[in-house]
Design a protein around this ligand. Structure first.
Ligand code: AMP
Length: 366
């Protein structure tokens, strides 16, 4: 099977690697020369809105998917008229715009933080009155890894946030004093089968994922089932095919959806070693129209991102439980250059080892 991927970052690289033993031939379309995926598959060097480049990708692909949620919807739609594209371009449309996304969750009965649309200074004042403080002002588009957002705790913060972000479509959200952040990775096959990995517990630093623990502790059956039910509603409504990640805030017994990513996700990298079938393989199985693989875990895993600086492999691998993944990227502040997954037999062992690993792989705030 010949697979085309829009985007050639590390997610594209890990998809291509997972496709190799399945006999897939992968081509990525990506503007940056020497991108992470290009080392392991074919690379068409072009912009994602360059129709000549899109045409070239369609010519060498039997199926097209994407590894980046800011793929222009029109490019995905144009390709979908020529070759099957999964997940459906509508999933891109919903997840690219924070207001549309929160309205979509609400329309499916999925709880979210309180939110209000903001375009003008008057909307902003009304929204602040309605939502109250603390709150978070976010750009509706192109926000990721905590970019394009400002936490507002005081009226002065509101002024500063408006100076910085005002003038484009925004959303104001209530600041959730969450107990923890969780994510759920789900996959739906072309014939509508759904499988979910267990809930994952995530820690962010400066809005960027630092650590994921899987399975998350103390979730209980009810919380897990609720998250899976929310995922099933989204996947079914979108007639989705492939892997989808939903990020939640847990506040006491409440589970609030923050956002979704219509692609394989950083909080699922542990599945490469820590689950029967990795998220990458399951995404490929789904988009190729093949049966899904088991999503249960093998022991317990913790993943740490390497951000900004390349680690010394001999130091990382001195941890005998470590699986190191480097993405072939050069170091740059804030850039994800690799990750490590540490895997142990059970939760007690994970809890016992966590302080040591947290120290070894700590990341200082920017
Ligand atoms: P996002 O880009 O929406 O995923 O936000 C990045 C990170 O900022 C999240 O993972 C949270 O840690 C934090 N954050 C975003 N929105 C909120 C909110 N409404 N309340 C509290 N924390 C938030």
């Amino acid at each position: 099977m010949k697979l085309g991927i829009l985007g050639g970052g590390q997610l594209g690289r890990m998809l291509a690697l997972a496709g190799y033993p399945l006999g897939l031939t992968t081509t990525v379309l990506e503007p940056s020369a020497g991108c992470s995926a290009a080392a392991v598959c074919s690379h068409i060097h072009g912009e994602l809105e360059d129709y000549q480049a899109l045409y070239e990708l369609a010519k060498v692909s039997e199926i097209v998917t994407f590894e980046f949620e800011n793929v222009p919807v029109q490019s995905a739609q144009w390709l979908a008229e020529r070759v099957p594209v999964f997940p459906p371009p509508r999933a891109l449309e919903v997840s690219q715009e924070r207001l549309a996304e929160k309205e979509f969750f609400s329309s499916l009965g999925i709880p979210t933080p309180p939110f209000a649309a903001v375009e003008t200074a008057t909307d902003f004042r009304t929204a602040l009155r309605e939502i109250g403080l603390p709150s978070v002002l976010k750009t509706r588009r192109f926000g990721y890894d905590g970019k394009g957002q400002a936490v507002i705790r005081t009226p002065q913060d509101a002024e500063v946030a408006w100076q910085r972000l005002g003038g484009r479509p925004l959303i104001l959200e209530g600041f959730v004093p969450f107990d923890r952040e969780l994510s759920l990775i789900a996959v739906r096959s072309r014939d509508g089968q759904i499988a979910c990995y267990p809930l994952i517990e995530n820690t962010h630093i400066d809005g960027i994922l630092h650590r994921s623990i899987a399975p998350a502790g103390d979730t209980g059956e009810e919380l897990t089932e609720r998250a899976m039910d929310f995922a099933a509603r989204i996947l079914t409504e979108l007639d989705y095919v492939g892997v989808l990640c939903i990020e939640f805030f847990q506040e006491g017994p409440r589970l609030l959806a923050n956002e979704m990513a219509p692609r394989v996700h950083n909080s699922g990298h542990w599945t490469i070693e820590g689950a029967f079938t990795s998220q990458f393989e399951n995404h490929l199985r789904a988009v190729c129209g093949w049966p899904l693989g088991r999503t249960d875990t093998i022991g317990c895993s913790v993943m740490y991102n390497f951000i900004g600086d390349l680690p010394d492999p001999s130091v990382v691998l001195a941890h005998r439980e470590a699986h190191l993944h480097l993405y072939g990227k050069s170091a740059r502040p804030g850039r994800k250059v690799g990750h490590v997954t540490l895997q142990v037999g059970d939760r007690d062992e994970l809890v016992a080892r966590l302080p040591e690993w947290d120290r070894s792989f700590q990341r200082l705030p920017l």
